[in-house]
Design a protein around this ligand. Structure first.
Ligand SMILES: C[S@@+](CC[C@H](N)C(=O)[O-])C[C@H]1O[C@@H](n2cnc3c(N)ncnc32)[C@H](O)[C@@H]1O
Length: 346
């Protein structure tokens, strides 16, 4: 009916339609990625659904309906030659490409989709909701995620995929020709430490994280041939003494915590740093008008639900740094969604 120019449309505007049906679109994307059909099409060839269904051993009719939804979402096109992925989408959905964004999907699907069911409760009590989703007892979601090998792997993979490529850009301005020692605090799978060691051959680094992360870091150390240049220190950064270092990196750490929780940690880092040392805060950043970017605004709600933390603007990070005794340094933007705010110990 909407094709007729004489009939006024009473459908919601597209921007509202996308918001209404967005959760279905996410399921379509994650299921298609899981199945491997996006990876196949991301190689550039066109396929009929019959050929794809045979290749992937799934129902042809159901697959065709999934692919039709992906056409509606503008992630695929369909013409006489079958289904095809537009060139500008391919790098992001090809599993072997450095820009592949699917590393995040399992965490979103298994954890965030469920925590967002409790957004209404968070609006009433202003509190995180992860305990309703993760079974067991623990003071922080990490304690529970790490009790399940599958969840730990999904989490480590998501962190690596959100961090490594951005880190390769953000380590360049550090000018560490003379080396020094970096501690990647809460370094997770070590994406920042690995990128820094690759860029600066005289540098050494430790990832400091919960003991459960040790084998993940060892895997990355071996995969990147870093040997004894990359160490691991297991501990609790709120309880343990922090190792001395010339540089401290905090990637997606402060966004897990409130200002009141972050400040003692920043002060402890200030004490552990050598004079002239730097703290590197790696985070998504709100623009200063707080109108976006949209992924930062949505992930800010994710932080509320999943850890009780929040996303901030560069000016807000500078204010926190000042309160902890640091001089605010430069802000470096990467071409990804993770940026770097520097603080200097005078
Ligand atoms: C959101 S992840 C960020 C990982 C990594 N820095 C990155 O940028 O990808 C937060 C990390 O902080 C670690 N973490 C959380 N609480 C911690 C604590 N009390 N002591 C040490 N590490 C902690 C988690 O294990 C996890 O690896």
């Amino acid at each position: 009916m909407r094709e007729s120019p004489d009939i006024e449309s009473h459908s919601p505007p597209p921007v509202l339609e996308r918001a209404i049906f967005g959760f279905m679109a996410s399921h379509v994307l994650f299921a298609a990625d899981d199945l491997g059909v996006l990876d196949l099409l991301a190689q550039g060839e066109a396929f009929e659904s019959t050929a794809l269904a045979t290749k992937l051993s799934v129902s042809e009719e159901a697959l065709d309906r999934l692919l039709t939804a992906l056409v509606g979402m503008e992630l695929l096109t369909r013409d006489g030659g079958g289904y095809r992925m537009p060139p500008q989408i391919r790098p992001f959905l090809s599993r072997s490409h450095g820009l592949y964004c699917g590393g995040l999907f399992p965490l979103l699907k298994h954890f965030s989709m469920r925590t967002f069911m409790h957004l209404g409760d968070a609006l009433v009590d202003g509190a995180p909701q992860w305990k309703k989703v993760l079974p067991g007892e623990g003071a922080a979601p990490f304690d529970l995620i790490y009790q399940d090998a599958g969840a730990l792997e999904r989490f480590a993979q998501a962190m690596w995929s959100l961090g490594y490529q951005a880190a390769t850009e953000l380590v360049r301005p550090l000018a560490l020709e003379r080396g020094g020692h970096l501690v990647d605090l809460g370094g997770g799978s070590g994406s920042f430490a690995v990128a820094a060691l690759q860029q600066w051959p005289a540098l050494t680094a430790d990832v400091f994280d919960r003991p459960a992360m040790e084998s993940t870091v060892a895997r990355q150390r071996d995969a990147h041939g870093l040997g004894s240049r990359l160490g691991f220190v297991g501990g609790d950064f709120f309880q343990s003494g922090l190792p001395r270092a010339d540089l401290y990196a905090l990637g997606f750490i402060l966004s897990d915590w409130t200002d009141a929780q972050s400040l003692p940690l920043l002060r402890a880092i200030h004490s552990a740093l050598a004079p002239g040392g730097q703290i590197l805060i790696l985070e998504r950043l709100f623009n200063e008008q707080r109108t976006g970017p949209l992924p930062t605004a949505l992930m800010d709600l994710c932080m509320l639900l999943e850890t009780g933390g929040k996303h901030r603007s560069a000016a807000q990070y500078h204010a926190l740094l000042r309160q902890a005794g640091f001089s605010p340094g430069p802000v470096h933007h990467s071409s990804y969604e993770k940026h770097m705010v520097v603080g200097i110990k005078a």
